[in-house]
Design a binder for this molecule. Structure first.
Ligand SMILES: *Cc1c(COP(=O)(O)O)cnc(C)c1O
Length: 402
């Protein structure tokens, strides 16, 4: 199938000139986005309530097979509320992937809890279930029906696996551990909408799933997020907390300190139009990943990512590993080199156990995350990336010389 549907908008940022700059992940927008946004303006539904919000929630939840979807202003807010809804208390511990964008660790701190960073496995770069099990079994103790981290004395309450770069975590062993110790599982599926784990939708494997619709994600709402769950009471509580914990539609009375985290109808309208094209966007992402893999598999100094046999990756952003010993250039030098050619790439995030912002979290050794973060380079992977743009990126990578 064709890689990029022709955008009807005259020029989206993903495109531009064929020899112009190639962005990392830019949104591809179509006529339907205009149509829905116009509908908002014409009907006056532009703010935090409106028909597109409901529709967006139903579309996304329906797509994932979740009973409820609660839209939020962004993915970080979705994580924050999911942690509250799950009952994570101040000073408790949440296991989270070390190799990740910082949002989930920040959200853990918003509720006063502490992240305990779990290393990545080397094959697919996701949270290593064996490392999680080691921590739960060896560094924790079961006491009066709850699990406590031995060294800090803090209760372990939840596991927050981050499905990185579109590829799912190996959920089965993580879910088994969670069941064994009574932990809540909150999936950060922000980068992996549309991915499947053993034929089940990512984001609907744990107790709560969180999505992001930021501008760089596969589906964008301009900004936005969503909490997914099958539990009516949790969905209701998420809705309550995201709308200032308002108790009555007429009387402004509040039993709790809530948040103004609801998504606007304008954003939801954009999101609806984008979700309608999810299958095409996924096909484009997967084709981009396949092309990179085929073209770069035998390029010395580069390692292309692979898809687990139990996975259907959404390939949000194709990321390669740069082996300096072979290529003569590390990932940062290659990043700068490509920049001079108008090709935008980006290293992965600083592993969170190394982040000064989270130095007070429960630290573990995460050598794999560190190694991957040192070597990884994310390649242009916009849904609208054209064949000739991708050919330019591939050629530049094949020709790299120190
Ligand atoms: C994008 C992202 C989020 C949420 O980001 P927002 O910008 O708040 O929508 C959360 N976790 C991960 C792993 C992400 O990549």
């Amino acid at each position: 199938m064709g890689i990029a549907p022709t955008p009807i908008i005259s020029d989206t940022s993903a495109r531009g000139q064929e020899d112009g700059p190639i962005p990392l992940t830019a949104p591809t927008l179509h006529e339907q986005e205009w149509r829905y946004l116009k509908e908002c303006l014409e009907t006056g539904w532009v703010s935090s309530v409106g028909p597109f919000v409901d529709r967006f929630e139903q579309m996304v939840a329906g797509r994932l097979g979740a009973a409820y979807g609660v839209a939020t202003v962004n993915g970080t807010a979705a994580l924050h509320i999911a942690l509250l809804v799950a009952g994570v208390q101040p000073d408790e511990i949440v296991l989270v992937s070390s190799l990740s964008f910082i949002a989930p660790a920040n959200a853990i701190r918003y509720v006063g809890a502490w992240p305990l960073f779990i290393d990545a496995e080397r094959r697919y770069w996701q949270m290593d279930p064996q490392r999680a099990q080691d921590v739960l079994e060896r560094a924790c103790r079961w006491r009066r029906g709850a699990l406590y981290h031995t060294r800090t004395g803090r209760r372990v309450r939840a596991i927050l696996p981050v499905h990185l770069l579109g590829h799912p975590c190996d959920m089965e062993p993580l879910l088994a551990q969670a069941r064994k110790y009574g932990l809540v599982v909150i999936e950060d599926a922000a980068e992996s909408l549309g991915a499947r784990y053993q034929d089940q939708m990512v984001g609907h494997l744990g107790d709560l799933g969180c999505l992001s619709f930021n501008g760089n994600k596969t589906v964008t709402a301009g900004g936005g997020g969503m909490i997914l769950t099958d539990q009516a009471a949790w969905a209701e509580r998420a809705r309550y907390l995201t709308t200032q914990a308002k108790d009555d539609p007429i009387e402004s009375s509040h039993h709790e300190v809530g948040y103004n985290y609801r998504l606007s109808n304008l954003h939801a309208a954009l999101g609806c139009a984008q979700v309608e094209r999810l299958d095409e966007s996924l096909a484009a992402k997967r084709q981009i990943a396949r092309r990179y893999a085929q073209a770069l598999a035998s390029t010395p100094g580069l390692t292309v990512p692979s898809e687990a046999p139990w996975a259907f990756s959404a390939w949000w952003m194709t990321t390669v590993l740069v082996n300096e010993a072979v290529s003569g250039m590390d990932s940062r030098a290659l990043h700068r080199r490509l920049q001079t050619l108008g090709i935008e790439t980006r290293p992965l995030w600083q592993p969170l156990h190394r982040s000064p912002a989270h130095r007070r979290g429960v630290s573990m050794d995460c050598p794999v995350a560190e190694d991957l973060a040192r070597k990884a380079l994310c390649l242009p992977s916009s849904v609208g990336l054209t064949d000739s743009q991708q050919a330019r990126v591939i050629e530049a990578l094949q020709r790299m010389r120190p």
